[in-house]
Design a protein around this ligand. Structure first.
Ligand code: 5RP
Length: 236
């Protein structure tokens, strides 16, 4: 039996693919995470001739694997800096479509691939839908840092008000999570983030920070799968 949450993720992902991946598109960005599994599943249900004419740009080891396992052609932003549309999940989305991302430690590549796209679409289940960032996602803003600077960055984040900021530790490995780019992640809770642009700027100015999991003014539309089986669409 598929859980309500899984059904919600699937509905949002399928509808977003159906409404935003057009037959004329040749380069599609594909985010990371468990909701994106459904995005790839829907892409694989398209006309195989269309998929054969399309290049897919993954944002992580995980999404690259999903695409390759599906027999799709993968590329990167170096080869394809102009992407037609990127679809990705999120950890939380606010009323203005600002998002927290990086729960899967993939937000650096995700942001590059989202920014390279003409249109950035978010897919999520109802648990991610907030008015203000920090309402639902309590683990904090994921901050990718170069390994040697992690403790210095941690102290700066604490000085910026994130008293509970901490290095993300791996689960099936001793020591920290190491990202696909060889960096570490600090999770920095800031309570309710009423001004995500300022929060993003302040963190990004810390030397040693590679990328911040705050996606501000980037998404054009978000699809939320709801508990009752419907899909809520939020646009700019
Ligand atoms: O930002 C991400 C990974 O870095 C994911 O998109 C985010 O964590 C949502 O994942 P899921 O769809 O599994 O809830």
């Amino acid at each position: 039996m598929t859980s309500l949450i899984e059904q919600a993720k699937q509905k949002a992902a399928y509808q977003a693919v159906d409404e935003h991946v057009l037959p004329t598109h040749r380069v599609i960005g594909v985010g990371s995470g468990s909701t994106v599994v459904h995005v790839v599943a829907r892409l694989l249900q398209r006309d195989p001739e269309l998929n054969a004419k399309t290049v897919f740009i993954p944002t992580s080891f995980q999404s690259r694997g999903l695409l390759l396992d599906g027999g799709l052609t993968v590329g990167d932003v170096e080869q394809y800096p102009d992407i037609d549309v990127t679809i990705d999940g999120a950890d939380e989305v606010d009323a203005q479509l600002n998002a927290i991302k990086g729960g899967g430690a993939a937000h650096l590549q995700e942001k590059v691939v989202a920014e390279a796209a003409k249109k950035f679409v978010i897919v999520a289940d109802y648990r991610k839908d907030s008015k203000v960032l920090g309402e639902q996602w309590l683990k904090g803003v994921p901050v990718e840092v170069v390994p040697f600077a992690w403790r210095a960055v941690l102290k700066k984040l604490q000085a910026q008000g994130s008293n509970d900021a901490k290095l993300r530790m791996a689960v099936a490995k001793a020591g920290p999570v190491v990202t696909d780019n060889g960096n570490f992640i600090i999770d920095a809770p800031f309570g309710l983030i009423n001004d995500p642009v300022k929060c993003l700027r302040d963190i990004k100015l810390i030397t040693g920070v590679v990328e911040v999991g705050l996606f501000c003014n980037m998404a054009e539309v978000a699809y939320f799968g709801c508990e009752d089986g419907s899909v809520t669409i939020r646009t700019k």
